[in-house]
Ligand binder design. Sequence first.
Ligand SMILES: Nc1nc2c(c(=O)[nH]1)N=C([C@H](O)[C@H](O)COP(=O)(O)OP(=O)(O)OP(=O)(O)O)CN2
Ligand SMILES: [Zn+2]
Length: 120
Amino acid sequence: MFRISKDFAFSASHRLDHLPSDHQCARLHGHNYTVRLELAAPPDELTPAGFVRDYGELSDFKKWLDSELDHRHLNDVVPGRNPSAENLAMWIYEIWSERLPELSAVKLSETAKTWAEYRP
Ligand SMILES: Nc1nc2c(c(=O)[nH]1)N=C([C@H](O)[C@H](O)COP(=O)(O)OP(=O)(O)OP(=O)(O)O)CN2
Ligand SMILES: [Zn+2]
């Protein structure tokens, strides 16, 4: 199996519910997020060029990120879910797995030290 990935960046604010009121993440704050899309394909399904998928074909994801999430308040954007890194990764997977059948995982980073991954 081959696995490829590409990173994308956006900035957004959020506030997390269901936390103690004195938890820092219960307060309005923001992150410079990184989203990593991972795509997978077996060797016999590579394109004639030897790609799982051309990285350039992920440009629509970048456009969607810029229009839907960048410089937004995530509590207003992500329907019915607390915008934790885990929930955001799953939500992005659910939307994009229909358009990218090779999508195998979505990873999301809020800070330089943290990553959450959704891999069904
Ligand atoms: N499992 C999760 N834990 C936390 C999430 C999350 O989405 N999933 N989110 C947050 C906050 O939104 C924010 O990311 C703060 O994270 P944290 O690493 O605790 O904050 P700091 O950068 O201030 O951590 P330092 O250890 O001080 O560097 C919290 N937890
Ligand atoms: Zn946060």
